[in-house]
Design a protein. Structure first.
Length: 273
């Protein structure tokens, strides 16, 4: 039996595997290759849609399908197909109407399973495109035809994000959905019960991995449930307090080769599942 056989590592991307400049360190790349060569399964679970995680996939070459849409899908990049997905009800558009009316200037995206649509523009949406490299596909949110994966709002004003967080759960249809802050400037509507933590057991079962043998890395609020359910939840040093509180272990920051540090610990026995 190989050293890491039967172990699944899943990592968040932004703020965790990725450094602030969007790159992956050589130390992390080498550690991932070492882990995989010795029987481990390595992949990521991200809020991104598959079509703007492709460059990262090609860079790190995970040897398992990856989780996407903050728990709304499992995607096999090699086959270019979803293995599982959970669309969000179009009733969410009633909540989008409320946000559009009550939070002037809020940026609105509709994330389909194949394309991402920019419905309203602001500086947070411009920054999002610059960071991810997605095209500026403009479409009013009620005119998007494909199934929705999630709704994403963006704003660089903290008061706008806070207003959304208080407003949306008051809508009569809010019980159909979950709400999560995925980055400092981003707030999302997801199907009820959909999060990275609900996806990890589904992915582990698909791969035949015991949940006790799973390792999850994260840094933000949308990683909290994943850190809680994993056999070993690891927060990076730059994580928000909520993620650190949910983790079993707090390691070094995303700028200090966090994935490599934990793989080294697993190899030496100083980190245990």
């Amino acid at each position: 039996m190989k050293r890491f056989e039967g172990i699944l590592i899943c990592t968040d991307l932004d703020g965790t595997l990725l450094r602030e400049d969007g790159t992956v360190s050589k130390e992390n790349m080498d550690a991932i290759a070492y882990f995989q060569k010795r029987g481990g399964l390595f992949t990521f679970i991200t809020g991104r849609m598959p079509y703007f995680a492709a460059d990262i996939y090609e860079m790190i070459q995970p040897n398992a399908p990856f989780g996407c849409i903050n728990g709304g899908g499992i995607y096999d990049h090699r086959k270019r197909e979803y293995l599982w997905r959970r669309p969000i009800s179009r009733d969410c558009l009633d909540l989008v109407d409320l946000a559009y009316e009550k939070v002037p200037g809020i940026g609105i995206q509709v994330n389909g399973f194949e394309h991402l649509y920019f419905a309203t523009e602001n500086s947070a949406m411009v920054s999002f495109r610059e960071k991810t490299g997605v095209p500026n596909l403009v479409c009013p949110y009620r005119e998007v035809q494909e199934d929705f994966g999630k709704i994403l709002f963006g704003d660089e004003r903290e008061e706008a994000i806070q207003a959304l967080a208080h407003l949306l759960p008051t809508h009569p249809k809010a019980g159909q959905f979950d709400f999560i802050r995925s980055e400092q400037t981003l707030y999302e509507i997801l199907p009820k019960g959909t999060n990275k933590g609900s996806l990890l057991p589904r992915l582990a079962a698909l791969l035949g991995i015991d949940m006790k043998r799973t390792v999850a890395f994260g840094d933000y609020n949308n990683d909290v449930q994943m850190l809680k359910v994993a056999g070993l939840g690891v927060a990076v040093a730059n994580a928000v307090p909520e993620a650190k509180a949910a983790a079993d272990l707090v390691t070094v920051s995303n700028e200090e080769n966090a994935i490599a540090a934990v793989i080294d610990g697993l190899d030496k026995g100083t980190v245990r599942l």
